[in-house]
Structure formats: C-alpha cells, structure tokens
Design a protein around this ligand. Structure first.
Ligand code: ZN
Length: 284
C-alpha cells in the first residue's frame, strides 16, 4: 500500500502522452515578468536590458510547449542568458539542456542539489519522468544562501529553503511598472512526496524532515505581494490569469495578504501528513 503523499507517475500518464492539452497562452504577470509554463508546472521569464532570465524549464515532455510559449510571449529562446532552477527534480529542469545548447545560457542550481546530481542522481526522480532521453546537467553556478543574481537592472535574491530537496532555492525580486514596485516571491519546493514515510524510508532521506518547517518559517515574513508558484495550483495561476483577462485594470497577482497563507498552508499539510502516518491513514 503506497503512501497517498507519494508522487504517482501513473496519474501523470495522460499528461505525458498529450502535453499539448496542458498548453497555456503565455502572459505578462507584472512589469518584465512573464508566465511561460503550462497548466501543471510554472516557468517564468524575465525580460532584462541584457537578455532573458528563465526560472525552471518544466517537464521533458513539455519542452516543445515551453519553447512555443517563449516565442509567443515575444522572445527568442536563443536570448536566454540565465536559467535558474527552484530545485533538482525532473519537472523543473526538463528542457534545461536543450535550452542551454540553443542559447549558451548559464545554469544555476542549489549547491546541495548539484551535489545530489553527482552523488545520488536517482533522487532527481528522472524515473518518474517516463522520458528516455532526459539527462542531468552540470550547473555553471551552484547557488548559496543569499546569492544575488543580476542581469541588466533585474535583481533576484536566492534564499536557501531546504526540505523538499536539500537544494531548494526560493527567489525574490522587486518589479517596477509605472513607478509602482512590488516584491514577487517564488517558493522553490513544497511537495510532500519526498518527505512522506515511504519516500524517506526507501531513499534514506529522513534528514529532509529536519529542514522543511524551518525553511517555511525563514521566508514567512518576506513582504511579498506577488506570489508565484512552481506548480500552478500553489498560487492559483490559471484562475488569476482568467481574472486578469476579464479585468486587466485590477491585477489579481498583486495581493499582499496571500504570501503568508503559503507557508502556513504548507505547514498545515505537513502536520496532517505526520498525523496520518501516526494513525496509518497515509496509505492508499
Ligand atoms: Zn520536486
């Protein structure tokens, strides 16, 4: 009986087979920040005076959608200078090698996940990708806590938030449009699939549990008023996009009350998982 908190690759089969059904028309969120992901997973493009920054490259099976979205947003994928990753799982670096070859972009990954690629490559969960040709990559920059990434006038603060993997990084960036400045925040990994009992027992990664709650707490008070998600369900990307289309004058992505709900919601789910384990209610 597997844990209901585990990643179930079979639930993704339709998605892997028909990725085109997960297409989302790319759109500008605020200032120079664009959404170029799909219905399931987020990917963000920042247009700077010195080229493009891409955060996460989605699944290997959705790499064509990603490239289509970058073009449709009005940009040439060859102009990507930096590719940042929230963490080292296959659903966030699926097109990295391809885009790196096309553009010569520099790649960034948390130092601990770069180490994971070298020492425990199976923890990148490539097996779950159902994609024969996916390969790991060697990052050019191994991120450390507090690193600042600059390109043109865009500045991204990288904060180490281990738990989901040891190398999870969350990103914070100030965005300005028409004299109005907002802080966008992207938490780099909240999934419990790597923290549930089955996973930590199978992989010997119980140490992840020592970090999860502390990382949520670490960024809880950041004055974020644009919440991003590396999966669209985390920040209701698609619902907000619909609202934005209906009423472009009232941007639903700007919401100073939303950020705190994010770590608090993740903490509640984590505590629920521990309780379910205790009572044996985590099995399906
Ligand atoms: Zn992950």
């Amino acid at each position: 009986m597997p844990s209901k908190y585990l990643f179930q690759a079979k639930n993704h089969e339709h998605f892997y087979k028909y990725p085109e059904e997960y297409y989302v028309k790319p759109f500008r969120i605020f200032s120079n920040l664009y959404f170029v992901g799909n219905k399931d997973v987020g990917s963000y493009l920042l247009d700077t005076e010195e080229g493009l920054i891409l955060i996460d490259t989605t699944y290997p099976t959705t790499r064509a959608l990603l490239i289509q979205s970058i073009w449709e947003a009005g940009f040439n994928p060859k102009n990507i200078r930096y590719i940042l990753h929230t963490h080292g799982h296959f659903d966030h670096f699926g097109a990295t090698k391809l885009l790196q070859s096309l553009s010569g972009a520099k790649t960034f990954l948390g130092g601990e996940d770069a180490k994971m690629f070298r020492e425990r490559p199976e923890l990148a969960l490539i097996e779950d990708a159902h994609y024969t040709f996916l390969d790991l990559f060697e990052p050019d920059v191994m991120l450390q806590d507090g690193d600042i990434i600059r390109l043109g006038s865009t500045k991204i603060r990288a904060v180490s938030t281990p738990g989901h993997t040891m190398g999870v990084f969350s990103y914070f960036m100030e965005l300005t449009e028409n004299g109005e400045t907002h802080l966008a925040g992207l938490y780099g990994g909240i999934g419990l699939n790597t923290l549930c009992r089955d996973s930590v027992e199978k992989s010997g990664t119980g140490y992840l549990r020592d970090y999860y709650l502390a990382s949520l707490e670490k960024v809880r008070t950041e004055p974020v008023d644009i919440v991003l998600g590396n999966h669209t369900a985390q920040n209701k990307t698609l619902e907000k996009y619909e609202l934005l289309q209906k009423n472009p004058g009232n941007n639903p992505f700007i919401n100073p009350k939303e950020w705190v709900q994010f770590p608090d919601g993740a903490k509640a789910l984590y505590c629920q998982m521990l309780e379910d384990e205790h009572f044996g209610a985590d099995q399906i």
